[in-house]
Design a protein around this ligand. Structure first.
Ligand code: PRP
Length: 212
């Protein structure tokens, strides 16, 4: 039987998923000693693991190049797409927050505010829901710099421990949304490979529940 192909977001979520697979007793030897290889096997679970960047995990799953994927809710909120989100994996927990320089009166006055973010779509829908007109500047990383360099009045960014904000004199104004890793499934595969996908999802769900 053809293996189920699952795309993992490289980095932290990859490590957390491998730890979950190990809890399930899967042979993760290739995943641990992977070198620079991007397609790896979990032979005893009939899985083929693909390592990709977060947004690409969605692309591969959406197009059916992968049956399943592990990706952060942040990426799902930003890029959307057509797939099923079947399980909250409980790891990779952090949040989207609106933050500004400490003591900044973000809502004071009438001037249109400029918001810097790596996540322009999340930022747009957040302020649209408030009925507030803002200018959005897309930044690729270290978004915390934007208010420090007076490029923006505030940022919408991922906050995990809060250390980056604190060390740069910024503070959370509002929580935007909680984030964690999600298991996603291709819309055709969920029907065509129903039993195998349901079986793997159930096993992963059990391991997640036991970790809580
Ligand atoms: C993320 C995020 C914040 C930081 C938050 O950045 O964009 O900068 O982590 O973590 P903390 O609350 O624990 O300090 P990442 O390290 O992914 O790099 P980036 O700035 O290039 O996006």
């Amino acid at each position: 039987m053809k293996p189920i192909r699952i795309a993992l977001t490289k980095g932290r979520l990859e490590k957390d998923t491998v730890a979950l697979f190990q809890k399930l007793g899967f042979d993760c030897e290739q995943l641990i000693n992977k070198g620079r290889k991007l397609i790896l096997e979990v032979p005893d679970a009939n899985l083929e693991v693909v390592l990709a960047k977060a947004a690409d995990v969605i692309t591969y799953v959406e197009h059916g190049a992968c049956d399943m994927g592990v990706v952060g809710k942040d990426t799902i909120m930003e890029y959307g797409g057509s797939f099923f989100e079947v399980l909250d994996l409980g790891f990779g927990r952090c949040r989207f927050a609106l933050a500004a320089k400490k003591g900044n009166d973000f809502y004071g006055g009438y001037a249109v505010r400029t918001i810097a973010s790596k996540y322009p779509n999340v930022t747009r829908s957040y302020f649209e829901a408030k009925g507030m007109d803002v200018d959005i500047v897309k930044i690729e990383g270290s978004v915390e710099l934007a208010p420090l360099l007076s490029l923006a009045d505030a940022i919408v960014d991922i906050v995990e421990t809060g250390t980056t904000l604190k060390e740069n004199g910024l503070e959370v104004i509002e929580e935007v949304a909680p984030i964690s890793a999600r298991l996603i499934v291709n819309t055709a595969a969920i029907k065509l490979r129903k039993t195998e996908i349901e079986d793997l999802t159930a096993k992963m769900e059990l391991a997640v529940r036991n970790a809580e």
